[in-house]
Design a protein around this ligand. Structure first.
Ligand code: G1P
Length: 289
């Protein structure tokens, strides 16, 4: 039996330049899909997976995220006065208990690996999850919950994976697959953002990870990789052959919300899941064909 995953790390320090001007004074993680910020979807996915401790790796200009996961005195009083108890309950349900959430800052933009390394003291010596809020996943059972179940049996490191078009390999960490039962794939190699003609496969890492704390030793060497950044992929690759390492082909649809078109598509797909909106959205969609 592998050790239970209790902590999740959310790297939220990125500048969000692709969504300027929207993200000039607002964190990109606060962009709403329908009516909920991207980061809240990721946090809810973590709760569903049994996570008990949230670690946010933030940066300058990200205070709105802290306010979002705090209870709002003004809203509590006003909504109560107006008898909007249901909305108030919903708002407060997502607020972590005191001490269940903590923040640290990535003081320099040195890459995803560096952001995760910044969380090392808060994570300690236990397996932990990493969720990238840009990757939004629509699924019956949350992607991280699927991974936690698979991890309880397989142990070691685990990443969410999906096939991407050959032309897109340079956007992702790409897996060299080993034994494959159609759902769980042994990871034999990992490379960050290979050019399509050099890519070992089309199996891409999506932003959900379960990692053993040994990854911090590798990240701590501060070796630069693709884009001259400290890459999480490179640190994970060092653990292949040392610990079990699997990719999980999760059930669900993933939307790349770091991309404008992916973000728009996510809004449509999530709106179509909503009983209060689906009909109205279906009614206007044909006009845009
Ligand atoms: C990061 C990781 C990459 C992974 C991707 C998933 O890249 O470095 O390995 O495939 O997330 O979204 P980024 O999108 O931050 O450039």
């Amino acid at each position: 039996m592998s050790r239970r995953v209790r902590t999740a790390v959310f790297p939220v320090g990125g500048l969000g330049t692709r969504f300027l001007p929207a993200t000039k004074s607002m964190p990109k993680e606060m962009l709403p899909v329908v009516d909920k910020p991207l980061i809240q979807y990721a946090v809810e996915e973590a709760w569903e997976a049994g996570i008990e401790q949230l670690v946010f790796v933030t940066g300058r200009g990200k205070a709105a995220i802290e306010d979002h996961f705090d209870s709002s005195y003004e809203l509590n009083v006003t909504l109560k006065e107006r008898g909007k108890d249901e909305l108030l309950d919903e708002l407060n349900r997502g607020v972590p208990r005191p001490g269940q959430i903590c923040y640290t800052r990535q003081q320099q933009p040195l890459g995803l690996g560096h952001a995760v390394w910044c969380a090392r003291e808060l994570v300690g010596d236990a397996p932990f999850a990493v969720l990238l809020a840009d990757d939004l996943i629509l699924a019956k059972k949350g992607c991280l919950a699927q991974m936690v179940d698979a991890h309880a049996k397989a142990g070691g490191n685990m990443v969410a994976v999906m096939e991407v078009p050959q032309a897109h390999t340079s956007r992702y960490g790409i897996v060299s697959p080993g034994a494959d039962d159609g759902r769980l794939v042994a990871v034999r190699g990992l490379v960050e953002k290979p050019r399509p003609e050099l890519s070992p496969s089309r199996l891409a890492v999506i932003g959900r990870y379960i990692l053993e704390p040994e990854v911090f030793l590798h990240l701590g060497r501060m070796e630069r990789g693709a884009g001259n950044e400290i890459q999480l992929t490179d640190a994970m690759a060092k653990m292949i052959g040392v610990l079990p390492f699997h990719g999980l082909r999760f059930d669900g649809r993933r939307f790349d919300c770091g991309d404008k078109v992916g973000f728009l598509e996510a809004n449509i797909a999530f709106a179509l899941e909503r009983g209060d909106m689906a009909d109205a959205v279906r009614a206007f969609l044909p006009q845009y064909r």
